[in-house]
Write a protein that binds this ligand. Structure first.
Ligand SMILES: CC(C)(COP(=O)(O)OP(=O)(O)OC[C@H]1O[C@@H](n2cnc3c(N)ncnc32)[C@H](O)[C@@H]1OP(=O)(O)O)[C@@H](O)C(=O)NCCC(=O)NCCS
Length: 181
């Protein structure tokens, strides 16, 4: 899907491919320490990136390509169903989700592109696709750190609602969920 950012940069959003190994490795390698402290759905070493690009599993991985450089500048994961720890935490609050209509979401955008509108245009396109697949709930992967103001605002902008909070890794975290009507 071809998109244009506010600053005029042309972006192509698509699913990750097996030819993306070096590009994705460069992307995760260049993320700042702060971004990595907010986004960590898997290890970022070469072996893991190769496995991710070559294996089919229950995670849909979307990338945004800056058409002017061919670099990956955004990487968003949507896992079918829920991860164990998220499911357990929600269940302790008597909040249950149907795995066949629920995905678990972890977004990231390259540091230089954060607050550029990239996350929004990318998310909007993917959410449309999820609707056509019959997805009803999008749950945050491991929640969001309460101090991550940019991400919390991003989720609120798209209608994510607070389902609970929890203490993890000496930080306050929020469980937020988007219900697709
Ligand atoms: C969270 C993230 C994916 C959002 O993508 P983005 O491209 O930066 O977001 P956008 O530019 O599309 O902005 C979307 C909304 O986020 C909020 N936002 C953006 N920048 C912000 C900032 N500096 N401070 C506060 N809120 C901000 C605004 O509500 C904005 O909406 P608006 O542009 O209509 O005002 C991205 O910032 C990122 O990768 N952050 C680091 C990793 C991370 O935190 N991942 C989430 C883990 S739970």
């Amino acid at each position: 899907m071809e998109l244009t950012l506010r600053n005029g940069i042309p972006i192509n959003t698509r699913l990750l491919q097996n030819t993306d190994v070096q590009n994705l490795f460069n992307y995760v390698f260049s993320l700042s320490v702060e971004t990595k402290s907010r986004f960590g759905p898997h290890l970022f070493n070469r072996e893991t990136i190769e496995q991710i690009c070559n294996n089919k599993d229950d995670v849909m991985r979307y990338v945004a390509i800056d058409e002017s450089t061919a670099n990956i500048v955004g990487y968003m994961l949507f896992k079918q169903g829920m991860i164990y720890w998220d499911d357990k935490r929600y269940a302790e609050r008597n909040q249950y989700f149907n795995y066949s209509t629920t995905v678990t979401y972890a977004p990231s955008v390259a540091d230089a592109f954060q607050s550029s509108g990239l996350g929004s245009v990318m998310y909007n396109e993917i959410e449309k696709e999820l609707r056509t697949k019959g997805i009803k709930h999008i749950v945050l992967w491991g929640g969001v750190q309460a101090t991550n103001e940019r991400a919390v605002n991003f989720y609120k902008k798209f209608g994510y609602e607070l389902y609970g909070s929890f203490w993890h890794d000496e930080k306050d975290n929020l469980d937020m969920v988007k219900e697709l009507m």
